[in-house]
Design a protein around this ligand. Structure first.
Ligand code: URA
Length: 464
Protein backbone atom coordinates (compact mmCIF):
# COMPACT_ATOMS: atom_id res chain seq x y z
CA UNK A 1 0.00 0.00 0.00
CA UNK A 2 1.26 3.49 -0.84
CA UNK A 3 0.30 6.31 1.47
CA UNK A 4 0.57 9.73 -0.12
CA UNK A 5 0.26 12.81 2.05
CA UNK A 6 -0.71 15.98 0.29
CA UNK A 7 0.46 18.94 2.42
CA UNK A 8 -2.48 21.25 1.71
CA UNK A 9 -6.03 20.32 0.68
CA UNK A 10 -5.78 22.46 -2.49
CA UNK A 11 -2.28 21.41 -3.54
CA UNK A 12 -2.62 20.40 -7.17
CA UNK A 13 1.15 20.33 -7.78
CA UNK A 14 1.76 17.88 -4.95
CA UNK A 15 -1.02 15.60 -6.19
CA UNK A 16 0.27 15.80 -9.78
CA UNK A 17 3.87 14.97 -8.81
CA UNK A 18 2.81 12.02 -6.70
CA UNK A 19 0.28 10.79 -9.27
CA UNK A 20 2.83 11.02 -12.06
CA UNK A 21 5.34 9.01 -10.11
CA UNK A 22 2.78 6.38 -9.07
CA UNK A 23 1.42 6.06 -12.60
CA UNK A 24 4.92 5.71 -14.02
CA UNK A 25 5.51 2.90 -11.50
CA UNK A 26 2.36 1.15 -12.64
CA UNK A 27 0.73 1.47 -9.21
CA UNK A 28 -2.96 0.58 -9.30
CA UNK A 29 -5.45 3.06 -7.84
CA UNK A 30 -6.58 0.60 -5.17
CA UNK A 31 -3.00 0.39 -3.87
CA UNK A 32 -2.88 4.08 -2.95
CA UNK A 33 -4.17 5.87 0.13
CA UNK A 34 -4.34 9.63 -0.21
CA UNK A 35 -4.35 11.86 2.82
CA UNK A 36 -4.07 15.54 3.57
CA UNK A 37 -2.14 17.04 6.44
CA UNK A 38 1.07 18.41 7.82
CA UNK A 39 2.73 15.04 7.95
CA UNK A 40 6.12 15.17 9.60
CA UNK A 41 9.22 14.11 7.74
CA UNK A 42 9.25 13.08 4.16
CA UNK A 43 5.84 13.77 2.74
CA UNK A 44 6.36 11.41 -0.12
CA UNK A 45 7.96 8.60 1.83
CA UNK A 46 5.38 6.10 0.71
CA UNK A 47 5.97 6.89 -2.90
CA UNK A 48 9.73 6.86 -2.42
CA UNK A 49 9.48 3.53 -0.49
CA UNK A 50 8.13 1.97 -3.61
CA UNK A 51 11.64 2.39 -4.97
CA UNK A 52 12.54 4.45 -7.96
CA UNK A 53 9.66 4.24 -10.34
CA UNK A 54 10.43 1.93 -13.24
CA UNK A 55 10.46 4.01 -16.37
CA UNK A 56 6.91 3.34 -17.49
CA UNK A 57 5.83 4.48 -20.92
CA UNK A 58 5.06 8.16 -20.63
CA UNK A 59 1.76 9.29 -22.07
CA UNK A 60 0.31 12.68 -22.84
CA UNK A 61 -2.50 13.74 -20.57
CA UNK A 62 -5.28 15.67 -22.33
CA UNK A 63 -5.60 19.34 -21.46
CA UNK A 64 -9.21 18.68 -20.44
CA UNK A 65 -7.98 16.35 -17.70
CA UNK A 66 -5.59 18.93 -16.29
CA UNK A 67 -8.35 21.56 -16.28
CA UNK A 68 -10.70 19.17 -14.55
CA UNK A 69 -8.09 18.07 -12.01
CA UNK A 70 -7.11 21.64 -11.13
CA UNK A 71 -10.70 22.37 -10.17
CA UNK A 72 -11.66 19.01 -8.64
CA UNK A 73 -8.62 19.09 -6.33
CA UNK A 74 -10.15 22.13 -4.62
CA UNK A 75 -13.31 20.26 -3.61
CA UNK A 76 -14.07 19.28 -0.06
CA UNK A 77 -14.83 15.76 -1.33
CA UNK A 78 -12.34 13.47 0.47
CA UNK A 79 -12.20 11.01 -2.42
CA UNK A 80 -11.10 13.55 -5.01
CA UNK A 81 -7.40 12.56 -5.10
CA UNK A 82 -8.22 8.89 -5.52
CA UNK A 83 -10.90 9.53 -8.14
CA UNK A 84 -8.52 11.68 -10.17
CA UNK A 85 -5.77 9.11 -9.92
CA UNK A 86 -8.17 6.40 -11.14
CA UNK A 87 -9.11 8.60 -14.08
CA UNK A 88 -5.44 9.29 -14.82
CA UNK A 89 -4.61 5.57 -14.86
CA UNK A 90 -7.59 4.79 -17.09
CA UNK A 91 -6.58 7.55 -19.53
CA UNK A 92 -3.45 5.66 -20.37
CA UNK A 93 -5.55 2.90 -21.96
CA UNK A 94 -8.59 4.97 -22.88
CA UNK A 95 -7.15 8.16 -24.40
CA UNK A 96 -10.61 9.40 -25.50
CA UNK A 97 -12.14 8.91 -22.07
CA UNK A 98 -12.41 12.64 -21.35
CA UNK A 99 -14.85 12.96 -24.26
CA UNK A 100 -17.12 10.32 -22.80
CA UNK A 101 -19.33 12.47 -20.66
CA UNK A 102 -21.60 9.51 -19.93
CA UNK A 103 -18.80 7.64 -18.14
CA UNK A 104 -19.72 7.55 -14.42
CA UNK A 105 -16.23 8.53 -13.25
CA UNK A 106 -15.90 11.42 -15.71
CA UNK A 107 -19.39 12.58 -14.77
CA UNK A 108 -18.71 12.39 -11.07
CA UNK A 109 -15.51 14.40 -11.38
CA UNK A 110 -17.22 16.84 -13.73
CA UNK A 111 -19.91 17.45 -11.13
CA UNK A 112 -17.30 17.96 -8.42
CA UNK A 113 -15.32 20.39 -10.60
CA UNK A 114 -18.47 22.27 -11.53
CA UNK A 115 -19.41 22.73 -7.90
CA UNK A 116 -15.95 24.14 -7.24
CA UNK A 117 -16.19 26.52 -10.19
CA UNK A 118 -19.52 27.80 -8.90
CA UNK A 119 -18.02 28.34 -5.47
CA UNK A 120 -15.11 30.29 -6.99
CA UNK A 121 -17.57 32.58 -8.74
CA UNK A 122 -19.71 32.93 -5.63
CA UNK A 123 -16.72 34.12 -3.67
CA UNK A 124 -15.90 36.66 -6.39
CA UNK A 125 -19.48 37.89 -6.50
CA UNK A 126 -20.31 37.88 -2.81
CA UNK A 127 -17.21 38.96 -0.89
CA UNK A 128 -17.83 42.39 0.63
CA UNK A 129 -15.09 44.50 2.19
CA UNK A 130 -15.57 46.66 5.25
CA UNK A 131 -13.15 49.46 5.98
CA UNK A 132 -11.09 49.50 9.15
CA UNK A 133 -8.27 51.87 10.10
CA UNK A 134 -4.92 50.80 11.45
CA UNK A 135 -1.50 52.47 11.73
CA UNK A 136 -0.86 52.01 8.03
CA UNK A 137 -4.11 53.79 7.04
CA UNK A 138 -7.31 52.29 5.65
CA UNK A 139 -7.56 48.55 5.35
CA UNK A 140 -10.45 46.53 4.00
CA UNK A 141 -11.55 43.32 5.62
CA UNK A 142 -14.06 40.76 4.37
CA UNK A 143 -15.49 37.61 5.87
CA UNK A 144 -16.42 34.69 3.64
CA UNK A 145 -17.40 31.05 4.16
CA UNK A 146 -16.54 29.04 1.04
CA UNK A 147 -17.87 25.55 0.44
CA UNK A 148 -14.55 24.34 -0.98
CA UNK A 149 -10.82 25.04 -0.75
CA UNK A 150 -10.96 27.96 -3.17
CA UNK A 151 -9.46 30.85 -1.22
CA UNK A 152 -5.87 30.64 -2.49
CA UNK A 153 -6.90 30.08 -6.07
CA UNK A 154 -9.12 33.17 -5.90
CA UNK A 155 -6.43 35.44 -4.44
CA UNK A 156 -5.23 36.61 -7.88
CA UNK A 157 -8.74 37.76 -8.76
CA UNK A 158 -8.93 40.03 -5.72
CA UNK A 159 -5.38 41.29 -6.23
CA UNK A 160 -6.31 42.31 -9.79
CA UNK A 161 -9.51 44.00 -8.70
CA UNK A 162 -8.19 45.72 -5.61
CA UNK A 163 -4.48 46.03 -6.38
CA UNK A 164 -3.92 49.37 -4.67
CA UNK A 165 -5.95 48.62 -1.54
CA UNK A 166 -4.70 46.89 1.58
CA UNK A 167 -7.13 44.07 2.24
CA UNK A 168 -7.72 40.82 4.09
CA UNK A 169 -10.18 38.06 3.36
CA UNK A 170 -10.93 35.98 6.43
CA UNK A 171 -12.36 32.50 6.10
CA UNK A 172 -12.69 29.62 8.57
CA UNK A 173 -9.80 27.69 7.03
CA UNK A 174 -7.27 30.28 5.94
CA UNK A 175 -6.92 34.06 5.74
CA UNK A 176 -5.23 35.96 2.95
CA UNK A 177 -3.78 39.45 3.26
CA UNK A 178 -2.65 41.89 0.57
CA UNK A 179 -0.58 44.93 1.51
CA UNK A 180 -0.45 46.47 -1.95
CA UNK A 181 2.61 44.48 -3.03
CA UNK A 182 2.72 41.13 -1.26
CA UNK A 183 0.21 38.41 -0.54
CA UNK A 184 0.54 36.64 2.79
CA UNK A 185 -1.40 33.87 4.37
CA UNK A 186 -2.60 33.41 7.93
CA UNK A 187 -4.63 30.91 9.91
CA UNK A 188 -8.39 30.60 9.66
CA UNK A 189 -10.58 33.10 11.47
CA UNK A 190 -14.10 33.41 12.79
CA UNK A 191 -16.84 35.82 11.81
CA UNK A 192 -16.28 37.72 15.06
CA UNK A 193 -12.78 38.66 13.79
CA UNK A 194 -14.28 40.60 10.90
CA UNK A 195 -15.68 44.11 11.34
CA UNK A 196 -19.33 45.04 10.83
CA UNK A 197 -20.79 47.78 8.63
CA UNK A 198 -19.00 50.96 7.54
CA UNK A 199 -18.99 53.45 4.62
CA UNK A 200 -17.44 51.00 2.15
CA UNK A 201 -20.85 49.45 2.02
CA UNK A 202 -22.18 52.51 0.24
CA UNK A 203 -20.30 51.48 -2.88
CA UNK A 204 -22.10 48.18 -2.95
CA UNK A 205 -25.43 49.63 -1.94
CA UNK A 206 -25.24 52.07 -4.83
CA UNK A 207 -24.29 49.31 -7.21
CA UNK A 208 -27.05 47.07 -6.03
CA UNK A 209 -29.69 49.81 -6.04
CA UNK A 210 -28.72 50.64 -9.60
CA UNK A 211 -28.95 47.15 -10.97
CA UNK A 212 -32.04 46.35 -8.92
CA UNK A 213 -34.92 45.95 -11.33
CA UNK A 214 -38.27 46.55 -9.65
CA UNK A 215 -40.15 45.36 -12.73
CA UNK A 216 -38.83 41.89 -12.02
CA UNK A 217 -39.29 42.02 -8.31
CA UNK A 218 -39.75 38.61 -6.80
CA UNK A 219 -38.58 37.99 -3.30
CA UNK A 220 -38.37 34.24 -3.75
CA UNK A 221 -36.19 34.70 -6.79
CA UNK A 222 -33.96 37.17 -4.99
CA UNK A 223 -33.45 34.76 -2.16
CA UNK A 224 -32.49 32.07 -4.61
CA UNK A 225 -30.18 34.44 -6.43
CA UNK A 226 -28.19 35.29 -3.35
CA UNK A 227 -27.97 32.11 -1.36
CA UNK A 228 -29.30 32.76 2.13
CA UNK A 229 -25.96 31.79 3.61
CA UNK A 230 -24.42 34.95 2.10
CA UNK A 231 -27.18 37.35 3.02
CA UNK A 232 -25.91 38.10 6.45
CA UNK A 233 -22.62 39.42 5.07
CA UNK A 234 -24.08 41.58 2.36
CA UNK A 235 -24.76 45.23 3.05
CA UNK A 236 -27.21 45.55 0.19
CA UNK A 237 -29.62 43.14 1.84
CA UNK A 238 -30.34 45.95 4.26
CA UNK A 239 -31.65 47.84 1.26
CA UNK A 240 -34.12 45.22 0.17
CA UNK A 241 -37.17 46.37 2.19
CA UNK A 242 -36.66 49.94 1.02
CA UNK A 243 -36.24 48.84 -2.55
CA UNK A 244 -39.39 46.78 -2.39
CA UNK A 245 -41.35 49.65 -0.88
CA UNK A 246 -40.11 52.03 -3.54
CA UNK A 247 -40.36 49.59 -6.39
CA UNK A 248 -43.42 50.99 -8.12
CA UNK A 249 -42.20 54.55 -7.81
CA UNK A 250 -38.79 53.67 -9.12
CA UNK A 251 -40.03 51.68 -12.06
CA UNK A 252 -40.60 54.58 -14.42
CA UNK A 253 -37.17 56.04 -13.78
CA UNK A 254 -35.49 52.69 -13.73
CA UNK A 255 -33.68 52.82 -17.04
CA UNK A 256 -32.34 56.31 -16.44
CA UNK A 257 -30.93 55.52 -13.02
CA UNK A 258 -29.44 52.19 -14.00
CA UNK A 259 -26.88 53.82 -16.22
CA UNK A 260 -23.54 54.34 -14.59
CA UNK A 261 -22.78 51.96 -11.83
CA UNK A 262 -19.73 51.23 -9.74
CA UNK A 263 -18.22 54.67 -9.97
CA UNK A 264 -19.65 55.37 -13.41
CA UNK A 265 -18.22 52.25 -14.95
CA UNK A 266 -20.77 50.12 -16.78
CA UNK A 267 -18.09 47.69 -17.95
CA UNK A 268 -17.21 46.91 -14.33
CA UNK A 269 -20.91 46.50 -13.52
CA UNK A 270 -21.30 44.10 -16.45
CA UNK A 271 -18.24 42.17 -15.32
CA UNK A 272 -19.69 41.97 -11.80
CA UNK A 273 -23.03 40.82 -13.19
CA UNK A 274 -21.33 38.13 -15.26
CA UNK A 275 -19.47 36.97 -12.16
CA UNK A 276 -22.74 36.73 -10.24
CA UNK A 277 -24.38 34.82 -13.07
CA UNK A 278 -21.62 32.20 -12.88
CA UNK A 279 -23.06 31.16 -9.51
CA UNK A 280 -26.70 31.30 -10.69
CA UNK A 281 -29.08 28.76 -9.19
CA UNK A 282 -32.35 30.49 -10.09
CA UNK A 283 -33.71 27.38 -11.80
CA UNK A 284 -32.62 23.73 -11.77
CA UNK A 285 -30.87 23.94 -15.16
CA UNK A 286 -27.59 24.86 -13.49
CA UNK A 287 -27.24 21.35 -12.04
CA UNK A 288 -26.53 19.25 -15.15
CA UNK A 289 -24.98 22.08 -17.19
CA UNK A 290 -21.23 22.60 -17.20
CA UNK A 291 -21.36 26.32 -16.59
CA UNK A 292 -23.33 29.52 -17.04
CA UNK A 293 -22.89 30.86 -20.57
CA UNK A 294 -23.20 34.60 -20.16
CA UNK A 295 -23.47 37.18 -22.91
CA UNK A 296 -20.37 38.64 -24.51
CA UNK A 297 -19.55 41.76 -26.45
CA UNK A 298 -18.90 45.45 -25.83
CA UNK A 299 -20.89 47.09 -23.04
CA UNK A 300 -21.61 50.01 -25.37
CA UNK A 301 -22.82 47.84 -28.26
CA UNK A 302 -25.62 49.47 -30.23
CA UNK A 303 -26.93 46.07 -31.25
CA UNK A 304 -27.75 43.10 -29.05
CA UNK A 305 -28.62 39.67 -30.41
CA UNK A 306 -30.47 37.18 -28.26
CA UNK A 307 -30.56 33.44 -28.91
CA UNK A 308 -32.37 30.67 -27.08
CA UNK A 309 -29.90 28.85 -24.86
CA UNK A 310 -26.34 27.55 -25.18
CA UNK A 311 -25.90 24.28 -27.04
CA UNK A 312 -23.54 21.42 -26.29
CA UNK A 313 -20.43 23.22 -27.56
CA UNK A 314 -21.32 26.53 -25.96
CA UNK A 315 -21.85 24.74 -22.64
CA UNK A 316 -18.33 23.34 -22.82
CA UNK A 317 -16.67 26.49 -24.15
CA UNK A 318 -18.57 28.92 -21.89
CA UNK A 319 -19.29 31.24 -24.83
CA UNK A 320 -22.47 31.84 -26.83
CA UNK A 321 -22.86 30.80 -30.45
CA UNK A 322 -19.63 28.93 -31.05
CA UNK A 323 -21.19 25.65 -32.29
CA UNK A 324 -23.04 24.77 -35.52
CA UNK A 325 -25.78 27.40 -35.04
CA UNK A 326 -23.00 29.89 -34.27
CA UNK A 327 -21.39 29.16 -37.63
CA UNK A 328 -24.62 29.93 -39.47
CA UNK A 329 -25.01 33.05 -37.35
CA UNK A 330 -21.45 34.20 -38.08
CA UNK A 331 -21.86 33.66 -41.81
CA UNK A 332 -25.16 35.51 -41.90
CA UNK A 333 -23.76 38.41 -39.88
CA UNK A 334 -20.82 38.69 -42.26
CA UNK A 335 -23.16 38.68 -45.26
CA UNK A 336 -25.26 41.38 -43.60
CA UNK A 337 -22.02 43.32 -43.06
CA UNK A 338 -22.39 43.33 -39.30
CA UNK A 339 -19.18 43.02 -37.30
CA UNK A 340 -19.80 40.46 -34.52
CA UNK A 341 -17.14 42.05 -32.33
CA UNK A 342 -19.35 45.15 -32.14
CA UNK A 343 -22.48 43.22 -31.18
CA UNK A 344 -23.46 42.05 -27.69
CA UNK A 345 -24.47 38.40 -28.16
CA UNK A 346 -26.40 36.61 -25.45
CA UNK A 347 -29.06 34.00 -24.80
CA UNK A 348 -32.48 34.07 -23.18
CA UNK A 349 -31.52 31.11 -21.01
CA UNK A 350 -27.97 30.92 -19.73
CA UNK A 351 -27.65 27.19 -19.07
CA UNK A 352 -27.73 24.29 -21.54
CA UNK A 353 -30.85 22.18 -21.14
CA UNK A 354 -30.43 18.68 -22.48
CA UNK A 355 -31.41 15.07 -22.23
CA UNK A 356 -28.62 12.56 -21.83
CA UNK A 357 -29.03 9.75 -24.36
CA UNK A 358 -26.15 7.36 -24.01
CA UNK A 359 -23.06 9.45 -24.61
CA UNK A 360 -24.95 12.24 -26.37
CA UNK A 361 -26.49 15.29 -24.84
CA UNK A 362 -29.57 16.14 -26.84
CA UNK A 363 -30.84 19.74 -26.81
CA UNK A 364 -34.13 20.15 -25.02
CA UNK A 365 -36.25 23.30 -25.33
CA UNK A 366 -36.39 25.53 -22.26
CA UNK A 367 -39.82 25.87 -20.65
CA UNK A 368 -41.61 29.10 -19.84
CA UNK A 369 -40.62 28.81 -16.17
CA UNK A 370 -36.94 28.57 -17.10
CA UNK A 371 -37.17 31.44 -19.59
CA UNK A 372 -38.89 33.63 -17.04
CA UNK A 373 -36.45 32.72 -14.25
CA UNK A 374 -33.57 33.70 -16.52
CA UNK A 375 -35.14 37.03 -17.55
CA UNK A 376 -33.45 38.52 -14.53
CA UNK A 377 -30.12 38.32 -16.29
CA UNK A 378 -31.13 39.56 -19.68
CA UNK A 379 -32.95 42.48 -18.11
CA UNK A 380 -29.74 43.45 -16.30
CA UNK A 381 -27.70 42.98 -19.47
CA UNK A 382 -30.09 45.29 -21.34
CA UNK A 383 -30.00 47.87 -18.58
CA UNK A 384 -26.24 48.06 -18.79
CA UNK A 385 -25.71 47.70 -22.54
CA UNK A 386 -28.75 49.80 -23.54
CA UNK A 387 -28.78 48.58 -27.15
CA UNK A 388 -30.68 50.63 -29.72
CA UNK A 389 -31.77 47.45 -31.48
CA UNK A 390 -32.16 43.97 -30.03
CA UNK A 391 -32.54 41.09 -32.45
CA UNK A 392 -34.56 38.23 -31.00
CA UNK A 393 -33.67 35.00 -32.78
CA UNK A 394 -36.56 32.63 -32.26
CA UNK A 395 -39.59 32.36 -30.00
CA UNK A 396 -37.66 31.83 -26.76
CA UNK A 397 -35.66 35.03 -27.23
CA UNK A 398 -38.84 36.96 -28.07
CA UNK A 399 -40.64 35.59 -25.01
CA UNK A 400 -37.74 36.57 -22.83
CA UNK A 401 -37.67 40.14 -24.14
CA UNK A 402 -41.42 40.77 -24.05
CA UNK A 403 -42.47 38.53 -21.18
CA UNK A 404 -45.20 36.97 -23.30
CA UNK A 405 -45.49 34.56 -26.19
CA UNK A 406 -44.83 36.20 -29.57
CA UNK A 407 -45.61 34.59 -32.92
CA UNK A 408 -42.58 34.99 -35.15
CA UNK A 409 -44.54 34.85 -38.41
CA UNK A 410 -46.74 37.72 -37.27
CA UNK A 411 -44.14 39.94 -35.61
CA UNK A 412 -41.24 39.48 -38.03
CA UNK A 413 -40.01 42.24 -40.32
CA UNK A 414 -40.72 45.35 -38.26
CA UNK A 415 -39.28 47.20 -35.30
CA UNK A 416 -41.26 46.71 -32.09
CA UNK A 417 -40.79 48.97 -29.07
CA UNK A 418 -39.32 47.14 -26.15
CA UNK A 419 -40.33 47.67 -22.54
CA UNK A 420 -37.53 49.75 -21.04
CA UNK A 421 -36.32 51.37 -24.26
CA UNK A 422 -34.88 50.47 -27.64
CA UNK A 423 -36.57 48.34 -30.26
CA UNK A 424 -36.65 44.65 -31.03
CA UNK A 425 -36.43 42.96 -34.39
CA UNK A 426 -37.76 39.42 -34.32
CA UNK A 427 -36.42 36.76 -36.68
CA UNK A 428 -35.87 33.02 -36.81
CA UNK A 429 -33.22 31.09 -34.93
CA UNK A 430 -30.23 29.80 -36.95
CA UNK A 431 -30.92 26.25 -35.68
CA UNK A 432 -34.25 26.39 -37.48
CA UNK A 433 -32.32 26.96 -40.71
CA UNK A 434 -30.07 24.02 -39.95
CA UNK A 435 -33.07 21.74 -39.47
CA UNK A 436 -34.84 22.56 -42.75
CA UNK A 437 -34.66 19.43 -44.92
CA UNK A 438 -35.39 21.09 -48.25
CA UNK A 439 -32.33 22.79 -49.72
CA UNK A 440 -34.29 25.34 -51.76
CA UNK A 441 -36.38 26.36 -48.76
CA UNK A 442 -33.22 26.45 -46.64
CA UNK A 443 -31.54 28.87 -49.04
CA UNK A 444 -34.62 31.09 -49.15
CA UNK A 445 -35.04 31.14 -45.39
CA UNK A 446 -31.36 31.83 -44.89
CA UNK A 447 -31.57 34.82 -47.27
CA UNK A 448 -34.54 36.17 -45.26
CA UNK A 449 -32.54 35.74 -42.06
CA UNK A 450 -29.64 37.74 -43.54
CA UNK A 451 -32.14 40.40 -44.66
CA UNK A 452 -33.47 40.63 -41.10
CA UNK A 453 -29.99 41.15 -39.69
CA UNK A 454 -29.25 43.76 -42.35
CA UNK A 455 -32.52 45.57 -41.68
CA UNK A 456 -31.91 45.58 -37.92
CA UNK A 457 -28.41 46.98 -38.42
CA UNK A 458 -29.73 49.64 -40.78
CA UNK A 459 -31.84 51.06 -37.94
CA UNK A 460 -28.79 51.95 -35.87
CA UNK A 461 -27.96 55.61 -35.60
CA UNK A 462 -24.66 56.38 -37.35
CA UNK A 463 -21.75 56.72 -34.92
CA UNK A 464 -20.19 60.17 -34.42
N1 URA B 1 -28.21 28.32 -29.86
C1 URA B 1 -28.49 29.40 -29.12
O1 URA B 1 -29.61 29.86 -29.05
N2 URA B 1 -27.49 29.97 -28.47
C2 URA B 1 -26.26 29.55 -28.51
O2 URA B 1 -25.42 30.15 -27.85
C3 URA B 1 -25.99 28.42 -29.30
C4 URA B 1 -26.97 27.80 -29.97
Amino acid sequence: MHVVTIPQPDDFDAWRDAARSLAAGGVAPEEVVWQVGDAPGDLFAAVADAGPAPPGPSFAVPRAFIDLAKRAILAREPERFALLYTLLVRLRHEPKLMDDRADPLVRRLDTIAKDVRRDIHKMRAFVRFREVADDGGPRFVAWFEPDHHIVRVNAGFFIDRFASMRWSILTPEVSIHWDGTTLTEGPGASKADAPDGDPTEEVWKTYYANIFNPARLKIGAMLREMPRKYWKNMPETALVPALIAGAQARESGMIETARDTIGGNSAAALAALREEAMGCTRCPLYKPATQTVFGEGPVDAAMMVVGEQPGDQEDLAGRPFVGPAGQVFDRALAEAQVDRSRVYVTNAVKHFKFEQRGKRRIHSKPGIGEIDACRWWIDQERLLVKPQVTVAMGATAARSLFGRTMTIGRERGRAIDLPGGGVAWITVHPSYLLRLPDEVQKAEEYARFVDDLRAAAAMLEPVG
